[in-house]
Design a protein around this ligand. Structure first.
Ligand SMILES: [Fe+2]
Length: 292
């Protein structure tokens, strides 16, 4: 049976114009969508600070148990205050209507991450002790037509921001990974652990990723949109700053409908993540951005 997506074509598809060279910085008005104020309230409501505090300085005020990776403050949005989820949906609406100009399907319950300046666990280290957590979300079953979004609530720089490879280098690395392991579509879509494994043991790949990975400097009020083929990851935060961020995924509605039609015609099951099918009403919200 023909699969809905040819892996080689998907890996080499042209970058959509709305993503520029694969990484696009977007701004929004924080007076209108004040996500950070909601996150500060989330921390306060969790009872770990006696007063609402600036997020950048949290590591000076919170007990070490809350800072160990993954922090107990990190949660998906439904695990926090409802006003934060509302602000997230306002941001999705803004991105669809004001930035992209077309409707999108959006992640229903995205993760918010607190990244304190503490050592990362050894499970993410290569045999030389280097932190290697880089990956592309397409290795987790994300659709190639999707859009990764990364929203900082603190000023992010150096080792406390997202580290990204350029798109062309990412495609080249992923293409070689597919060839070296002779992967088919299905094994690629659940290939993150195999990618990590190769990253830990293949010194050439390690060097290539480390040499080309760059921190994406970004501040509150900005959002990074990027092609899901981009290889990205967290570094060991050695800055004197806490990083708090939200990451979520969009799929242009037209592309989503075409993907679902093909699955239906082929009798293919949509991919899953954490037991949730990557469809509306499960991984994605049942409404589109234009319906909220
Ligand atoms: Fe990711």
């Amino acid at each position: 049976m023909k699969m809905c997506e040819n892996l080689d074509e998907a890996l080499n598809r042209p970058v959509p114009t709305f993503l520029g060279d694969g990484l696009r910085r977007v701004t929004y008005q924080t007076e209108r969508i004040d996500l950070r104020a909601e996150v500060v309230q989330h921390v306060f409501a969790a009872g770990v600070t006696e007063v609402p505090l600036p997020l950048e300085d949290l590591h000076h005020h919170i007990i070490p148990e809350y800072q160990i990776y993954p922090s107990r403050l990190s949660t998906n949005l439904t695990g926090t205050i409802p006003s934060l989820s509302r602000a997230y949906r306002d941001l999705v609406k803004h991105v669809a209507r004001e930035v992209l100009g077309f409707d999108v399907v959006f992640e229903a319950n995205p993760p918010m991450r607190f990244h304190f300046p503490v050592p990362m666990p050894n499970q993410f280290r290569s045999k030389d002790g280097i932190l290697m957590a880089q990956h592309s979300d397409t290795l987790l079953g994300d659709y190639f037509e999707g859009i990764n979004c990364w929203v900082p609530f603190t000023r992010c720089f150096g080792t406390c921001t997202l580290q990204c490879l350029p798109l062309s280098e990412s495609i080249s690395v992923l293409t070689k990974f597919v060839k070296d392991l002779d992967l088919d579509n299905a094994s690629y879509r659940s290939g993150r652990e195999r990618f990590f494994h190769k990253l830990y043991f293949d010194e050439n790949l390690q060097q290539r990723v480390l040499l080309n990975c760059r921190p994406f400097e970004i501040d509150y009020g900005e959002l990074l949109m990027f092609d899901p083929r981009i290889i990205h990851g967290t570094a060991e935060n050695i800055e004197s700053a806490t990083r708090v961020s939200l990451d979520f995924r969009l799929v242009p509605l037209k592309a989503y409908d075409a993907i679902m039609r093909c699955f239906e015609l082929n009798g293919e099951a949509p991919p899953e993540f954490a037991g949730m099918a990557k469809v509306k009403g499960a991984f994605y919200d049942e409404r589109t951005a234009f319906q909220i």
